[in-house]
Design a binder for this molecule. Sequence first.
Ligand code: ATP
Length: 358
Amino acid sequence: MSSVTLDHVHKRFGNAKGVEDVHIHIESGEFFTFLGPSGCGKTTTLRMIAGFYYPTEGQIRFGSQEVTSVPPHKRNTGMVFQNYALFPHMTVFENIAFGLQVRSVSKTETKERVERIMKLVRLEGYGERRIDQLSGGQQQRVALARALVIEPQILLLDEPLSNLDAKLREETRFEIKRLQLELGITTIYVTHDQAEAMSMSDRIMVMQGGEVQQVGTPHEIYHRPVNRFVASFIGETNLWEGTVVGLDQEEVHVRISSGQVLSGLVKNASPRAKLAVGEQVTLSIRPESVQESSEREGTNIVAGTVVLSEFTGACVNYVTAVGQEQLRSMSINLGRPIKQRGDTIGLHIPKESIYFAG
Ligand code: ATP
């Protein structure tokens, strides 16, 4: 297993920007995800690690070995592509064995290794099947087996679940995570699906427009988004603008558009937030942290009119008009009467659940 370092890596395509100044260190054995919307530069970054593209500037290292311009077949990475890129006319066994034959591994060893890996991805007994006789989920596992059989130092996965239906996607997500934990292999995963990224990764790199926005654990990215983009891309959140009107060592007080002052904790500010009296800040409030209250006023209690109420069984979701803003909230259904559109409601926003993005 190997760590991966991208040292101020840039990639331009002629005049077009691909990615700009990616500077990260991925630990050996880590599950690391590149997350962002279409065109943000995830695949370009992954392809530079695989060796399919060379950086315009910067260095790539696997452990202490520099690989910036080493061709792909000499890098010892295993890659799974979005469309799997399997050979349709070959059997499952032949597809998985391909990388070993290219590396001149003996027939006996090939058989042993392919069978071992087929067991690992739960494809035992499928060796003689042709690829076009397999379901999408089984093809996905063949692609994974083909990448793993060469015993790569680094596993690269480019949107490997996007061709599967929702249920299978969730099952396969656990399967990939299980394999990664079992093998302890450094894994780099590309996706635009935040739930996938959150549930599988040790750390996530959020990208937009070819630039890195934030690198952190799922917890850090969710709770301490550095800017509006990250806060809204990762899960649902309420983003409110406000002006700092008071500050001490522990607490910050912010006037929101309704004129009300909300109190938050200084420790919940991202490094990019400007916490000084008179400065504008963006508050990020997750719907699940807003709780219905029997009070209509008090510290961090806002009152408003219900615009939408939604009963989902386990939860009650409200959208409430508070001054010029709307506040989305999600409460566990405790059997209380459900408020309807037009009703007034009191909502408590706990201090510790307000985060300040830059
Ligand atoms: P998607 O999720 O749609 O695959 P992505 O985040 O992986 O998107 P990239 O494919 O890495 O994004 O593309 C990043 C930027 O680089 C885009 O603006 C894209 O148009 C550009 N780009 C990528 N490959 C090339 C290429 N071969 N030639 C020119 N521009 C390219």
